[in-house]
Design a protein around this ligand. Structure first.
Ligand SMILES: *[C@@H]1O[C@H](CO)[C@@H](O)[C@H](O)[C@H]1NC(C)=O
Ligand SMILES: *[C@@H]1O[C@H](CO)[C@@H](O)[C@H](O)[C@H]1NC(C)=O
Length: 230
């Protein structure tokens, strides 16, 4: 009788070890599925993805708080609304709508990304040497981590900070599809300077230049359209 119980107990503990092992294995296997892989699609989520493994809850909290604080400042809101006006002018030219896939190069802290998203543009990607999640991811404007022709529009308000202007422009042109547009906002320039900048675009034709006020600065908006190969 006692021996019988011993055998039963042994079996039970065997079973519970098996269950524990399987649970651990399952946990081990399943955890990565709930994570956002580091190379997930470059969509700007206005709300930070809650399930990302890259940020523990301890880190997530200050980031959300920091963004909330930053985004509620007068300066932030003024800049975003200035960019919104700027992009509405592109919409009025039929260059932008809700389905336009837009890349913002050297997007800084992401004012333009937020402006576009709030306007209803669904697919906006912002890149900068230093990332500002969730609006802007890290990428070198001289070596963009995107395939050829995946965007309808590339925009930059920080072209003048480019280390190698020709390379910066070439990467914008490469990632925009034929027929798509590249838009620069640069410090106000003369006609000659506009031609100089437009001349850097090897695969595009000049659409137009116009003096505008953007984030309180006098700037010139230059629009180029990627040529469609014959
Ligand atoms: C996007 O769609 C909304 C309504 O569906 C419209 O109000 C808004 O102006 C559109 N934005 C653009 C950029 O076309
Ligand atoms: C923009 O303003 C500058 C300086 O006033 C002027 O030289 C240039 O021609 C203007 N550009 C356009 C496109 O109106």
């Amino acid at each position: 009788m006692e021996r019988h119980i011993q055998v039963l107990l042994n079996r039970l503990s065997c079973a519970s070890i098996t269950i524990a092992t399987m649970t651990l294995l399952l946990l081990f296997i399943q955890t990565p599925q709930t994570c956002i892989p580091p190379n997930s699609p470059p969509k700007p989520h206005l709300k930070f993805p809650k399930s990302s493994c890259e940020f523990s809850h301890r880190e997530l909290q200050p980031l959300e708080k920091k963004n909330k604080r930053l985004w509620s400042t007068k300066d932030w809101q003024k800049k975003v609304s200035s960019y919104t006006q700027f992009f509405f002018s592109l919409r009025d030219l039929d260059l932008l709508n809700n389905r336009t896939r837009v890349l913002c190069v050297s997007a800084g802290a992401g004012h333009e990304v937020m402006a576009l998203s709030e306007m209803g543009v669904k697919d906006v990607t912002g890149v900068e040497l230093v990332d500002s999640p969730p609006l802007v991811r890290r990428a070198d404007p001289h070596n963009l981590p995107f395939f050829d022709g995946v965007f309808d529009m590339a925009f930059s308000g920080h072209f003048e900070e480019a280390l190698i202007p020709s390379r910066f422009v070439a990467e914008m042109e490469r990632t925009v599809r034929p027929g798509g547009v590249c838009v620069l906002a640069v410090g106000e320039c003369s006609e000659e300077e506009v031609w100089e900048i437009a001349g850097l675009f090897r695969k595009s034709r000049f659409v137009g230049a116009m003096n505008v006020t953007l984030i309180g600065l006098k700037m010139t908006r230059i629009i180029m359209r990627i040529r469609i190969p014959p």
